[in-house]
Write a protein that binds this ligand. Sequence first.
Ligand code: NAD
Length: 321
Amino acid sequence: MLIVPERQIPDLLTRSASFTAVEKVFAAMAAGQAYNFPVIREAIGHEDALYGFKGGFDRDGHTLGLKAGGYWPHNLEKRELINHQSTVFLFDPDSGMISAMVGGNYMTALRTAAASAVSIQHLARPDAKVIGMIGAGHQATFQLRAALEQRPFEKVIGWNLHPEMLPNLAAVAEEAGLPFEAVALDGMTEADVIITITSSFAPSLLAEHVSPGTHIACMGTDTKGKQELEAALLGSATVFADEIDQSITLGEAQHAIAAGLISRDDITEIGAVINGTHPGRSSAEEITLFDGTGVGLQDLAVAAAVVDLAVEQGVAIEVDF
Ligand code: NAD
């Protein structure tokens, strides 16, 4: 079995390898070649922690396994460890033997950013110039870096409930040589692409803040009860998701479904666009929306890419197990 420790992963995993792995696995999901297992997530009654498993099998990618981990809210203050902790375990689909154990913390940010980047690549207008960010926390910087590689953007605008965090976005824009402007929510009408990546439980982005032709990647809502967008936006947009079951139960679509604004049949898996079985955007005025809830297969696909890179570079630790 091979081990790739967390500390090695930032040097191994690139945005482009994450993009390729996530795009491929979304395609396999839509083709019926890959599926996610039901998610387990439990409050364990110790340290206020949430712990769980996300797993799946990708027949095309020959990847079987799970990500185990969760959220320990007191880690930082008590132990100087980050609060999100996860590890990916890969198994040989032919024999069931464990094949690899890979640190999952850094990978989670890159695979989440890759999902919205894939949606931008396949659904945003080719002439998109302005990208708008709602959210400026840990994930937001990864999201913005990956998104900027998908179109020749000329400007970044951002809104955050806690404006003191906006310099995080400004720094990424500066890194890319682009101007950054902090805006009020109604300033988002200038954006051609909007990414939402907050932990909000109430909508921030309303229909009146979005112009025709915009692509919206909703990435923060990954739990029952969370919400970043006014549900009406989903009613007027063409809605895509990583996985429809998750989108309607714990993604942004949960609210539009509950309000009767859309039905399950109104949502298309992004993989269908990648595979060419759905045309994707059909006009320059259409609002496209990607509900990125985060699936276990994304973690497995990126972990498998990390293992390949670690082997190639001779840094994977081999253990007789
Ligand atoms: P973070 O704590 O670093 O940042 C949280 C962000 O949300 C900040 O911008 C903060 O200002 C904003 N925020 C907090 N409360 C808010 C409110 N009530 N209204 C509006 N904004 C609010 O968190 P992070 O690590 O950047 O994660 C952001 C979100 O992304 C979380 O909800 C997390 O669960 C989710 N996430 C999703 C995926 C996925 O695959 N879709 C993967 C990882 C994380």
